[in-house]
Design a binder for this molecule. Structure first.
Ligand SMILES: Nc1nc2c([nH]c(=O)n2[C@H]2C[C@H](O)[C@@H](COP(=O)(O)OP(=O)(O)OP(=O)(O)O)O2)c(=O)[nH]1
Length: 138
């Protein structure tokens, strides 16, 4: 097993109708066709929230202020289900500039909470979704 831990950041964009933006991974990729919280890998020496701002700009074309990213929770896999040890940090975001578009393939869509819970998601996104909904007000 690789000793190198992959750190990933993900954003739960929640709009005024309490819907959450999810990204369906391109079919040819690992976990292809599954719905994930948008985001990506943290680069060396990059602080996670800055990585999230960069990834959301690259992947969705939106501008997010780091101060609008609220840490929600995290999920980790020591390399049992994942090909490498991985930690994903989830942030909730209520405001951003621009209209999200799927700039790097796959597709995006908005889902109500109950729909997010039902979507086919990779294992760690399932854990993150549960944490997110625990922490959203009823
Ligand atoms: N979202 C998510 N990703 C996971 C899980 N388990 C797991 O190994 N991964 C992997 C898939 C990707 O290699 C990586 C997430 O980084 P990413 O979103 O930048 O992935 P990617 O394939 O688009 O990036 P890249 O390797 O092409 O640079 O973590 C999981 O449960 N949820």
């Amino acid at each position: 097993m690789s000793e190198h831990v992959v750190w990933v950041v993900a954003g739960a964009l929640v709009n005024g109708a309490d819907a959450c933006l999810m990204h369906r991974r391109p079919y040819e990729k690992h976990h292809g066709g599954l719905w994930e919280f948008p985001g990506g890998k943290v680069e060396d020496a990059e602080i996670p929230v800055k990585a999230l701002v960069r990834e959301l700009r690259e992947e969705l074309g939106i501008v997010v202020d780091p101060g609008d990213c609220e840490a929600v929770g995290f999920a980790e896999d020591a390399g049992e289900q994942s090909p490498f040890p991985i930690v994903i940090l989830l942030y909730r975001i209520h405001q951003w500039q621009g209209e999200p578009r799927a700039l790097e393939g796959g597709r995006i869509a908005w889902f109500a909470r109950a729909e997010v819970a039902e979507l086919d998601k990779p294992p760690l996104d399932r854990v993150l979704a549960a944490q997110l909904f625990e922490k959203l007000s009823p």
